[in-house]
Design a protein. Structure first.
Length: 271
């Protein structure tokens, strides 16, 4: 059973949570992080994305939690698994991992009514230098975006930091998808853009909960959604990468709810 929403909506219709709500987000975020830690050992050549998803679903259920994605707008899986030029919302199934595949695994757990949402990059087999650099840059854009989070800054500061670094490394920022508010709901205000102008947008306030989840392309930023209604790919079929954390704004900066307890958020494939 979900609890009644706490906090209040500010003038931008963004929910401001009291200090006690951080505990619920912290627990949900840590469960999601542990799930993503767990799956790393199973990302191997010859494994199907459906097999990975089954392990993720079992892990969530064994923890007494619920997958936020199963049943969401008709979606039937506990994760999104996006390979190579798939930007996001890749559907797990019979796809077999091949040597050099890079993949993003995105998981959202609901624990005691709170949503923990995170994604990371994984590698099957040998990682090419080109894709390694893509993943490095994408992770750095996430961390630069998070570094811009503190009361008094704006959402435009987050997007500007991400965009400047990605484009400075001759890569592009996907504009068709963005981060989002969350808490006791899956998606809420604000939309967290991964590009923009410093100083623009709503002002960050203590108690805001949201995701930052930049998608960075080796080629151009344009995407398209396939006929299944979910899978988004790069139009030029060049590879893409994504990292995502759920965070809460604190008095002096922010708390990352989805930090890996074993330090495997990046790189995920290191021993």
């Amino acid at each position: 059973m979900h609890r009644a929403k706490t906090g209040f909506l500010n003038s931008d219709s963004i929910r401001i949570h009291p200090a006690e709500d951080f505990a619920g987000m912290r627990a949900a975020g840590q469960l999601t992080a542990k799930c993503l830690d767990m799956i790393a050992q199973y990302v191997k050549l010859g494994v199907t994305t459906g097999e990975l998803d089954a392990r993720i679903q079992a892990f969530i259920e064994d923890a007494g939690a619920v997958s936020a994605t199963i049943g969401y707008r008709g979606y039937e899986h506990a994760s999104c698994i996006s390979i190579n030029h798939v930007v996001c919302h890749g559907i797990p199934g019979s796809k077999v991992l091949k040597d050099g595949d890079i993949l993003n695994i995105d998981v959202t757990c609901i624990l005691d009514g709170w949503f923990g949402d995170s994604s990371r990059m994984y590698v099957a087999g040998k990682l090419s230098r080109r894709d390694e650099r893509l993943i490095e840059v994408t992770h750095e854009t996430l961390m630069l975006g998070i570094a811009a989070v503190k009361p008094g800054n704006t959402f435009g500061d987050i997007g500007a930091a991400i965009q400047a670094y990605a484009e400075g490394n001759r890569m592009s920022v996907v504009r068709d998808f963005c981060g989002h508010g969350l808490g006791q709901v899956f998606h809420a205000a604000p939309n967290v853009l991964h590009y923009g102008r410093a100083g623009s947008g709503a002002v960050l306030e203590e108690g805001m909960f949201f995701t930052i989840e930049p998608m960075i392309n080796l080629g151009k930023s344009f995407t398209k959604v396939l006929a299944d209604g979910w899978t988004a790919v790069t139009k030029d079929k060049k590879n893409t990468a994504q990292f995502e954390h759920s965070i809460g704004v604190t008095a002096e900066g922010c708390e990352i709810f989805t930090l890996s307890p074993t330090g495997k958020f990046y790189p995920t494939w290191s021993a």
